[in-house]
Design a protein around this ligand. Structure first.
Ligand code: GDP
Ligand code: MG
Length: 432
């Protein structure tokens, strides 16, 4: 499945523009990937529509190839659905775990206790599962292994009473986690019990645990839980397996909730904070989504611009070369220039400087490749005979070399003008 999607996206490499047919191909493969990951059909259709529209209507940004452009649109559209995730704050609070039997509530309870413990808070746990045989022992053993206080009443079927007494018992602890019972399906007695536990404990967070492999029933279940006591966040368990969590994602969308954590194993350590980009990459069966999103950042840290010396006016062609390389990956010059506090410093950058397009940047880079090291550091030594040689060496013309030198001068002046201005270019670029 991932292969076909990768192949489809490969078709876009080198394609100067994006035509409808290629987009249709890619969208078809994305549909297949999402459906195989159990994403709801209706949602897949809506997604396809917006991806198609955007891919055909929007211009490919400077420095991106058509493939990256389409992947980014897919990513952004999926982001709209899964969202950034719920952040469970690190402070005293009550958390109630809900979900069907076997979804992973008890395991997740121990994971959360461990999580808060590691962050320096004191968690304690209540076992309100009086339904499943062995539930008490399971949680007790887990808590003992973590040295986390545990409250339960083995053999007593009164879950609501247990929660009431348990909360009094563990009152002095920071984070109180209530593990509840599930059923094989949503039955009235489960809903009823949940509502009563909810009423007596008034939890700050109600975390719905969904098995990553749950598939299409996920949405119905989540809606029922949501209608009953409300969901404040979702934990997707068992993402260490083969399931990709598409059903759970559909449930999140159907209830307008968002994901807080994912479970990636059976031990208390196997909990991760939800990261949307990772999740989406997985959903699509693509590993390189994250790296694409990190590209801009990397391009800067790998080959850092010497901002300090640039500010001192030592903006050499070498600096410009690096800058062009970085910007090539970041977007058009104008965007970058607009973020600079130029106006406040009373300086002007001509419109020409804005108009350096990606194509120009590529040309300039080729030209600089045929310059000597000395010329790169001190471009003033480049006379007209060298201009000619450089242009021939790069398969260009003297005019373009002059243009490049002029552009460099403008940039150099702009950099000088910023001296003393307090801003961090690297940070600023990262914001884009
Ligand atoms: P509950 O009935 O909702 O409390 O579910 P449990 O916490 O008892 O989990 C049911 C089963 O799923 C157990 O065998 C767990 O070990 C297993 N399980 C829970 N979470 C994960 C997970 O993230 N990864 C894996 N591989 N197994 C899990
Ligand atoms: Mg349980």
């Amino acid at each position: 499945l991932s292969n076909s999607l990768q192949d489809a996206l490969k078709k876009l490499v080198g394609a100067g523009r994006i035509d409808e047919r290629t987009v249709n191909d890619v969208v078809k493969d994305i549909q297949r990937a999402l459906l195989q990951s159990d994403v709801n059909v209706k949602m897949v259709m809506q997604l396809s529509k917006s991806i198609k529209e955007r891919a055909l209507e929007e211009d490919v940004p400077q420095g991106m190839n058509p493939r990256e452009h389409v992947i980014r649109i897919v990513y952004e559209e999926l982001m709209k659905i899964v969202g950034e995730g719920t952040d469970i704050p690190l402070k005293p609070q009550k958390i109630m775990m809900i979900g069907l039997q076997g979804s992973g509530k008890t395991t997740t309870t121990s994971k959360l206790a461990h999580y808060f413990q590691r962050k320096g808070l004191k968690p304690a746990v209540i076992c309100a599962d009086t339904f499943r045989p062995g539930a008490y022992q399971q949680l007790k053993t887990l808590c003992e292994s973590l040295n986390v206080p545990f409250y339960g009443e083995e053999g007593n079927p009164d879950a609501v009473g247990i929660v009431e007494r348990g909360l009094a018992e563990i009152d002095k602890y920071d984070v109180k986690i209530i593990d509840t019972a599930g059923r094989h399906s949503l039955e009235n007695d489960l809903i009823d019990e949940m509502e009563r536990i909810h009423a007596i404990s008034s939890p700050d967070y109600k975390l719905l645990v969904l098995d990553a492999g749950i598939g299409q029933q996920a949405s119905e279940q989540a809606k029922a839980f949501n209608d009953s006591i409300g969901i404040s966040g979702v934990v997707i368990s068992k993402l260490d397996g083969t399931a990709k969590g598409g059903g759970a994602m559909s449930a999140v969308a159907a209830t307008d909730s968002s994901i807080a954590f994912i479970g990636v194993g059976e031990t208390p350590q196997d909990l991760e904070k939800f990261e949307a980009d990772r999740f989406i990459s997985r959903l699509l069966g693509m590993g390189d989504l994250r790296s694409l999103m990190e590209k801009a950042e990397e391009s800067l840290s790998e080959d850092e611009l010497d901002v300090e010396s640039m500010m001192k006016g030592k903006f050499t062609l070498k600096d410009m070369y690096k800058q062009l390389e970085a910007m090539n990956k970041m977007g058009p010059m104008k965007q970058i220039m607009q973020m600079l506090p130029l106006g406040g410093m009373g300086m002007k950058v001509s419109d020409d400087a804005y108009e350096v397009t990606g194509q120009k940047m590529a040309q300039y880079k080729t030209l600089m490749d045929s310059m000597t090291e000395e010329e790169m550091i001190n471009p003033r030594i480049i006379g007209s005979s060298r201009i000619k040689r450089i242009s021939i060496g790069a398969g260009s013309n003297p005019e373009t070399v002059r243009e490049l030198l002029k552009y460099h001068k403008q940039m150099q002046n702009a950099m000088k003008g910023m001296r003393g201005g307090k801003f961090n270019m690297k940070k600023m670029m990262k914001k884009m």
